[in-house]
Write a protein of this length. Structure first.
Length: 166
């Protein structure tokens, strides 16, 4: 039996949110974010995927992420897929600013607040992935050499820099 470890409650609660929100998208007009999701997917796919299909694909994605997080199966993969998903939820800030902002860049509509709260989900997913953001920023943005014992995904940046410096 798997040992319940670090961030299990966090993964479980995020899984419940993903499962709930994903399941709502299977039923037309039940999700309050359905029209925004359809509009965003339409823009992201350049209109090549019909809205009815894109919302079902999104529902499947969110539901499976939720199930995997709840059951603690492939947790890092599920968290990575959730992170990819959640990053795309910020695109309406660029695509549909009239729906997201009221009278200025800092005055959000309810829809805008719904999107911005996803910053908390990003932080939770990074915690599940055990990413040390400070080290990652120093490595990627400022190109500083870090010790090999760092507990971050390298994405190819660390090894290349260390090879060149050695």
């Amino acid at each position: 039996m798997k040992r319940i470890g670090k961030n299990s409650l966090l993964a479980f609660s995020l899984g419940m949110v993903y499962l709930w929100f994903g399941a709502l998208k299977f039923f037309p007009d039940l999700s309050p974010a359905e029209s925004l999701a359809k509009s965003t997917m339409h823009v992201l796919t350049f209109g090549l995927v019909p809205d009815t299909i894109s919302i079902v694909l999104l529902a499947i994605w969110e539901t499976w992420v939720g199930v995997f997080l709840i059951l603690n199966l492939y947790r890092r993969t599920a968290a990575f897929l959730a992170l990819v998903h959640i990053l795309f939820t910020f695109t309406p800030l660029v695509f549909f600013p009239d729906e997201v902002f009221n009278e200025g860049p800092l005055v959000l509509t309810l829809l805008g607040q719904y999107i911005i709260k996803n910053l908390v989900i990003v932080a939770a997913l990074l915690s599940i992935l055990d990413v040390d953001v400070r080290v990652w920023f120093r490595t990627v943005l400022w190109k500083r050499r870090i010790p090999k014992s760092s507990n971050i995904p390298s994405f190819g940046f660390i090894e290349e820099k260390q090879i060149k410096n050695n």
